[in-house]
Design a protein around this ligand. Structure first.
Ligand code: GBH
Length: 472
């Protein structure tokens, strides 16, 4: 164990990057405007039962038209950075071939406004909205999609490379592959074992190819990274069965991605765990080298830990009782602190993630927390969100004291938005959005964050109180 006990207030270093994050399909709306092509999320949202109440990102926050107001909210917050994603089908309506100039113009306007406002853009190239035309050719199941992604990355660098210095290839390849092609809970809604693992591999490959292309074009000081969602797993009991179940879950969510990206090898237990559903025929010589192409930073999205117990098929998580039956069930520990959505709130999991990555991968690049946030039903007096942010910032600082090289933090999210399969009922914003009027109203958390960014220090809690509980 690493000693990290804080003494005195937690002071974040000068130059630490503060920002907020969003994603194209969750905020833009305007799905049929200016020549945008269709994405797999446009299709998925029309599948009966796929999204709560049949909602979709068709209008969302109408950010495509209201971006100036949203940039003003960021300026007022005092954030030095903003992480957003580009909708691939806005730029390449068929996923490849002719470029849609009007789509590019939107991102040009946005980037110019950000820079004028002193806000550094962090651009995610892929936050789940695959062009439907690419899905029709097999989507991430097929190798060709990795090549098309690298081509698209180059189109974006040509268009914005003069003004954007921070590029993120993928957001959460775990969700795009396992949740989308394996568990069927995200677009394209498939429940395939081999297909989902092939998708994970091709996403990693596409990332590596894009890094190589972007690196070849980049000017000095420009950087390329990738964002992963990290959820440490905890066995529910001390039984060896639960320990093994937690390890399978850790492989599925975390190590499947981090080992080839930063450890130079596929995770050693891939064959043992997934050998029944795939022969890994999608792997080719040289892929591992491409996937492991060094990056300038790792983006970590952290929300929760997963408490796992072994379970027979009939009792496994319903969402995972697909081609991905891993014999696991996630449980909420008794007395757990939970968010407005029932998610376990455990800042020590963020500490564990940051210190764990640092320990496990000696060549780990600097880390940015590219998402961290709290979901609820949208109260303006969102004390639960303030507590969540404060405690996770404390955990981040403690991880830095313990040796983790963390350079920035992006709160998810600037404003309430389309929360994927949950639709609009789950809200993560620092700013409330009224979807009838599109009125934006800052919440308590927005004001808290503004004060914190202006003076990023967490005072010591009074005796007897705790700012995030020490990890063991
Ligand atoms: C992030 O994913 C996403 O990057 C971001 O777009 C999203 O808004 C944010 O989290 C908040 O959720 O079966 O439909 O309940 C975090 C990882 C993985 C969490 C999928 C929710 C369950 C989907 N997510 N998970 S569902």
């Amino acid at each position: 164990a690493i000693e990290h006990r804080p003494s005195g207030p937690r002071v974040f270093p000068a130059g630490f990057v503060w920002g907020t994050a969003t994603a194209a399909y969750q905020i833009e709306g305007a799905v049929d405007v200016d020549g945008r092509g269709r994405s797999i999320w446009d299709t998925f949202c029309r599948m009966p039962g796929a999204v709560a109440r049949g909602e979709s990102g068709e209008i969302a926050c109408d950010h495509y038209h209201r971006w100036q107001e949203d940039v003003d909210l960021m300026k007022e917050l005092g954030a030095a950075a903003y992480r957003f994603s580009v909708a691939w089908p806005r730029v390449l309506p068929d996923g490849r071939g002719p470029v849609n100039r009007r789509g590019l113009d939107f991102y040009r306007r946005l980037v110019d406004a950000l820079r004028e406002g002193g806000i550094e853009p962090y651009v995610t190239l892929y936050h789940w909205d695959l062009p439907q035309a690419i899905e029709d050719r097999g989507g991430w199941r097929v190798r060709e999609t990795a090549e098309r992604f690298a081509d698209y990355a180059e189109v974006m660098y040509d268009a914005l490379g003069d003004s954007v210095s921070n590029w993120i290839t993928l957001n959460e390849p775990y969700c795009s592959s396992i949740v989308g092609y394996g568990e069927g809970r995200h677009a394209p809604g498939a429940t395939e074992g081999h297909g989902a693992l092939a998708a994970a591999h091709h996403l990693l490959l596409g990332h590596g190819l894009a890094v190589t292309r972007l690196r070849a074009l980049a000017r000095p000081g420009q950087r390329v990274g990738v964002t992963l969602n990290m959820s440490p797993t905890v066995p529910a009991t001390t039984s060896p069965e639960d320990a093994a179940a937690a390890r399978r879950m850790d492989l599925l969510v975390n190590r499947q991605f981090t080992d080839p990206l930063f450890g130079g090898s596929y995770a050693p237990d891939m064959a043992e765990t997934f050998g029944r559903i795939t022969d890994f025929s999608f792997r080719r010589d040289g892929d591992l080298e491409t996937i492991g192409t060094p990056v300038d930073f790792l983006g970590v999205n952290y929300y929760y830990r997963l408490h796992v117990e072994a379970a027979p098929y009939e009792e496994a998580d319903p969402g995972r009782r697909t081609a991905f039956d891993l014999g696991v069930r996630t449980v909420t520990p008794e007395d757990a602190r939970t968010s407005g959505l029932g998610w376990v709130v455990e800042p020590e999991g963020l500490y564990e993630t940051l210190v764990g990555l640092t320990t496990r991968y000696p060549d780990l690049p600097p880390v940015y927390i590219t998402e961290n946030g709290y979901g609820d039903d949208g109260a303006l007096e969102d004390t639960g969100r303030v507590d969540y942010l404060r405690d996770h910032l404390a955990a981040t600082h403690d991880a830095m004291t313990a040796g983790a090289d963390v350079r920035g933090y992006f709160a998810w999210s600037l404003m309430d938005n389309f929360e994927w399969a949950r639709g609009y009922s789950a809200r993560f914003g620092l700013v409330h959005v009224d979807y009838e009027t599109q009125e934006r109203t800052p919440k308590s958390s927005y004001r808290w964050m503004r004060e914190f960014i202006a003076d990023p220090v967490l005072a010591e809690p009074p005796a007897g109180e705790e700012l995030f509980i020490d990890p063991v």
